[in-house]
Ligand binder design. Structure first.
Ligand code: PAF
Length: 279
């Protein structure tokens, strides 16, 4: 497995692969890898000849009061997991390798990124789009795999790829949960034992809403209420519980088209997200 920290060195590796006619899949990550990431890498493996995993805690997607400094990192463990899952190359740049001191070019998606997390994290998706486009360009990838745990992120990236005619196929991969329902996230590390128990209210709320939906309920307010009944007693604060049209990420009152029921809530100081695709 190649381990590259400079754009020049990963470019040499991927250019050789391209010249040999091989297809490349990239799995962008911020490291502290877990089974959710590994599932993306396995899907990448099935869809390309070569797999590149990028490990980069991207500073431009964190707001000034967010957890950039304390975001968990464990490069040695990440390297071991990538090796085990059959990744061909890791790209792990330092921030200075990605952002020149006078960096001044940004990608801003102006519709899907405005609601849900975008409403609470104003610069987040600008940072995500910009770094992902850079990573696509650097790795010369034909395919990129994103998890549905960050459903809005995957939809925003798909929109960016469509709007800017980027020659890459985006694959959305299923959300992976612990056996008790907690969605896998690197940020779960922040949870104390007591908070982890409370965090189960997110998936419990979604399951309650799914049960109502399966029983025929189509009113967004009723599904929201089903989530809130579980979430309100457990969460320290709630950013949103919203039912959105999947095509627009705008609120719907009645689910008569594919929809996304999405949650962002704080358990202690940890902001967790989870979601459910409906219809
Ligand atoms: O989902 C993430 O881990 C990040 O937002 C991503 C896609 C790697 C961009 O920094």
């Amino acid at each position: 497995m190649e381990f590259c920290t400079s754009v020049e060195s990963i470019r040499e590796v991927v250019t050789d692969w391209k010249q040999a006619g091989q297809r490349i899949a990239v799995v962008p990550t911020m490291g502290y890898l877990h089974e959710g990431h590994l599932s993306l890498m396995r899907i990448a493996r099935q869809n390309a000849d070569r797999v590149v995993t990028t490990i980069f805690v991207n500073p431009t997607q964190f707001g000034p009061t967010e957890d950039l400094e304390k975001y968990p990192r464990d490069l040695a463990h990440d390297r071991q997991l990538c090796q085990e899952v059959g990744v061909d190359a890791i790209f792990h740049p330092a921030p200075a390798e990605m952002y020149a001191p006078d960096f001044s070019t940004w990608v801003t998606e102006e519709s899907l990124s405005q609601t849900l997390c975008g409403a609470f994290r104003p610069i987040h998706f600008r940072g995500v789009c910009t770094v992902c486009l850079k990573l696509f360009n650097i790795t010369l990838a034909d395919v990129a795999v994103f998890g549905r745990k960050d459903a809005q992120q995957a939809l925003v990236i798909e929109r960016m790829v469509r709007d800017l005619n980027i020659p890459i196929r985006i694959i959305q991969a299923p959300l992976v949960r612990e056996a008790d329902g907690l969605a896998l996230s690197s940020r779960n590390k922040y949870l104390s034992a007591e908070e982890r128990v409370r965090a189960l209210a997110l998936s419990r709320g979604l399951r309650a809403a799914q049960a109502r939906y399966d029983a025929g309920e189509r009113a967004a307010a009723a599904l929201r209420e089903a989530v809130l009944q579980e979430l309100q007693p457990a969460a320290d604060s709630i950013d949103y519980v919203d039912v959105m049209a999947r095509a627009t990420l705008r609120p719907v009152a009645l689910i008569d088209q594919p929809a996304l029921l999405a949650i962002a809530a704080y358990i202690g100081k940890t902001r967790l997200i989870d979601n459910l695709f409906l219809g």
